[in-house]
Design a binder for this molecule. Structure first.
Ligand SMILES: NC(=O)c1ccc[n+]([C@@H]2O[C@H](COP(=O)([O-])OP(=O)(O)OC[C@H]3O[C@@H](n4cnc5c(N)ncnc54)[C@H](OP(=O)(O)O)[C@@H]3O)[C@@H](O)[C@H]2O)c1
Length: 300
């Protein structure tokens, strides 16, 4: 069974989060199918759902929200995360000339209002700044984020893809603590173990979430890292009687920082199997076997 991860202020997230970035890519985007995914996640103990305003060209939140509008009782059983500050060029914004970031107070508060309407909810459990913005006015952004928490529209603030310098600058201008940083981590993207990011997050007591924990499926492709991992995955699958994607998730769950993988499968069966990955306990040597195979060399 999946554990809950406790953050400050009584906020809890599930040990695995379901990411909705690819929701609109499914062949079936009916409310029935979205509802089937939500129900299955909840049954498996995946209670946290990761959105962003931009997912599916600004469509995914509304797609998910239709299921919540139909069954409002679901809202109390889940935590909703959303993000903002990436401004995409899109037919929806014909006057936008270039993809850019916007962390102005107006942009953030407008974006949250849209997310609340789209998701048919009165609050987000976590709002994340999606990407560090080189033009961020930290005092203005921090005040806007604090105000959203104080208003009750957002329960907690997080960041995504932030370095320590980025989160410290924002935190310096906020009274509420930044609770989460969502960064890319997988066997194919493991820099955070070497560049200090994961250590910094633990030191600053910021919960880490891993986006694209299966490298968007590339771990099982013809990518050179995938080719190196394939024979090891095969033997571990036999040893643990499981699938390679479960091993890749178990590898993240084995880390003492309680990394929360944000999985993005559209496959109902895979939602079920991935949620069992927490039952696979990788020992230290197996963890390093996978790490070394992914790196293409043993550790120094
Ligand atoms: N903060 C950020 O900047 C950021 C960036 C990217 C993503 N995210 C978040 O992270 C979430 C997850 O990202 P993701 O979708 O890239 O995660 P992922 O879980 O690494 O990748 C999911 C993709 O991998 C495929 N896949 C999974 N297992 C497979 C297997 N055994 N063989 C072949 N293909 C397999 C899935 O296909 P099936 O559907 O067929 O299973 C799906 O297309 C997103 O939904 C979003 O919430 C955040």
């Amino acid at each position: 069974m999946l554990n809950a991860i406790n953050l400050d202020d009584g906020l809890q997230l599930s040990q695995l989060v379901y990411g909705v970035w690819r929701l609109g890519d499914d062949d079936d985007t009916s409310i029935t199918q979205v509802r089937a995914k939500i129900d299955l996640c909840l049954e498996q103990g995946i209670t946290s759902f990761d959105h962003a305003d931009i997912y599916g060209d600004y469509q995914c939140e509304a797609l998910f929200g239709k299921a919540l509008a139909q069954s409002p009782e679901l809202r109390g059983q889940m935590q909703l995360i959303s993000k903002c500050n990436i401004a995409l060029t899109s037919a929806r914004f014909p006057n936008r000339r270039v993809k850019h970031y916007d962390t102005s107070a107006q942009y953030i508060t407008d974006s949250v209002e849209h997310s609340l309407v789209n998701l048919h909810t009165d609050h987000l459990d976590i709002l994340m700044m999606h990407r560090p913005d080189p033009l961020m006015d930290a005092a203005q952004t921090g005040a806007a984020l604090d105000a959203l928490v104080d208003s009750g529209k957002v329960k907690a603030i997080g960041v995504s893809n932030f370095s320590r310098a980025d989160w410290q600058l924002l935190q310096k201008h906020m009274s509420h603590k930044l609770q989460v940083n969502q960064i890319e981590i997988s066997l194919l993207a493991s820099e955070c173990f070497r560049d200090g990011t994961l250590a910094d997050l633990q030191t600053d007591q910021i919960q880490v979430m891993a986006w694209s924990p299966l490298a968007g499926g590339a771990l099982f492709s013809t990518h050179p890292v995938a080719r190196r991992l394939e024979p090891l995955f095969k033997s571990l699958c036999e040893r643990f009687q499981c699938s390679a994607d479960q091993i890749a998730i178990a590898w993240l769950l084995a880390h003492p920082a309680n990394i929360i993988p944000v999985v993005g499968t559209n496959n109902l069966e895979r939602i079920k199997t991935l949620s069992k990955a927490s039952e696979i306990k990788l020992d230290r040597e197996t963890w390093f076997e996978l790490y070394s195979a992914a790196q293409g060399c043993e550790v120094p």
